[in-house]
Design a protein around this ligand. Structure first.
Ligand code: MG
Length: 234
C-alpha cells in the first residue's frame, strides 16, 4: 500500500551543532528549528523519584538511579546548560512544533519501571501532550505498562527481538530497532505496516544505510546526522 515518505528523528536532539549538547533543551530547540519530524530524548529516574533527561546511567561520576535529585540538578551539560528535568523539557517541547520521542530507560526494578511509566504518562496527560509525545523503550515491561496506561499513544519497542505481530498482541503499536535487525528481517517492515504499526530505525548515521532504509519505506530514521538525512530526502 501507499506509505508516506520516511521522516527524520534527531537522536538525543540535534546536538552536533554550535552551542548544543546531547539531551539538552537547546538540542530540542535546534531540532525544531530544522523542522524535523521528531526529537528523541532519554528519561531516567533519580533515587528520590524525580524524572530527568539524560542518556547514561552514570553521569559525571554520579549513578543517577542512586543519587538524589538535589545533587544532580547542579550538573552542567557540555554546553553549560543545567541537567534538564522532564517537566522543564516537556514545557519547552510544548511550545515547539515537533514530536517528542520519549525514551523511558530501563531500571533493574520492575516496581520502579512501573512507577516511572505511570508518573510519565500522568505528567504528559496533565500537560496536554498526549498527541505530541511518542514513547519508546528497550524494556518490554515498560512497553506493556504504557500499553495499559495510554493505549491510544504511539508506543514502540526498541530491542528488535520480537516480531511486529507479537508486539501488536501486547498492545505495542510500533517497532523501533537497530538497522541490523531490519537487514536480518526486512519482512518486518511490511508485517508492521499491514498491522497498522509504525517502523522506526536507529541510529543511522551513514548515507548508504539511510538510502537503503528509505528504499525499504521505513516510517522514521533516528540519526545523529539529521541535516544529512533531510538533504537525502529532499
Ligand atoms: Mg535513546
Amino acid at each position: 500500500g501507499m506509505q508516506a515518505q520516511t521522516q527524520v528523528i534527531a537522536h538525543r536532539g540535534f546536538w552536533k551543532t554550535e552551542g548544543s549538547a546531547q539531551n539538552s533543551i537547546t538540542a530540542l530547540e535546534k531540532a525544531a528549528e530544522e523542522k524535523l519530524y521528531g526529537s528523541e530524548f532519554d528519561v531516567q529516574v533519580t533515587l528520590d523519584g524525580k524524572l530527568i533527561v539524560n542518556h547514561d546511567a552514570k553521569f559525571q561520576g554520579f549513578v543517577i538511579a542512586e543519587t538524589p535529585y538535589k545533587q544532580l540538578k547542579k550538573i552542567r551539560l557540555n554546553n553549560g546548560e543545567k541537567l534538564p528535568n522532564l517537566k522543564k523539557y516537556l514545557k519547552k517541547g510544548k511550545k515547539l512544533d515537533i514530536q517528542l520521542i520519549l525514551e523511558i530507560k530501563s531500571h533493574k526494578s520492575k516496581e520502579v519501571e512501573d512507577k516511572m511509566a505511570a508518573d510519565i504518562v500522568k505528567m504528559v496527560k496533565k500537560m496536554g501532550l498526549e498527541k505530541q509525545v511518542e514513547y519508546i523503550a528497550f524494556s518490554l515491561n515498560v512497553c506493556e505498562q504504557l500499553a495499559k496506561l495510554t493505549p491510544e499513544s504511539e508506543i514502540a519497542y526498541l530491542n528488535g527481538d520480537i516480531a511486529p505481530a507479537e508486539l501488536k498482541k501486547k498492545g505495542i503499536n510500533g517497532i523501533d530497532c537497530h538497522y541490523n535487525v531490519i537487514e536480518k528481517h526486512p519482512e518486518w517492515v511490511k508485517e508492521a505496516h499491514d498491522l497498522g504499526m509504525k517502523v522506526n530505525v536507529w541510529t543511522v548515521n551513514k548515507e548508504d544505510m539511510m538510502k537503503k532504509l528509505i528504499d525499504r519505506k521505513v516510517d522514521y530514521i533516528t540519526t545523529d546526522q539529521p541535516l544529512e538525512l533531510k538533504k537525502l530526502l529532499e
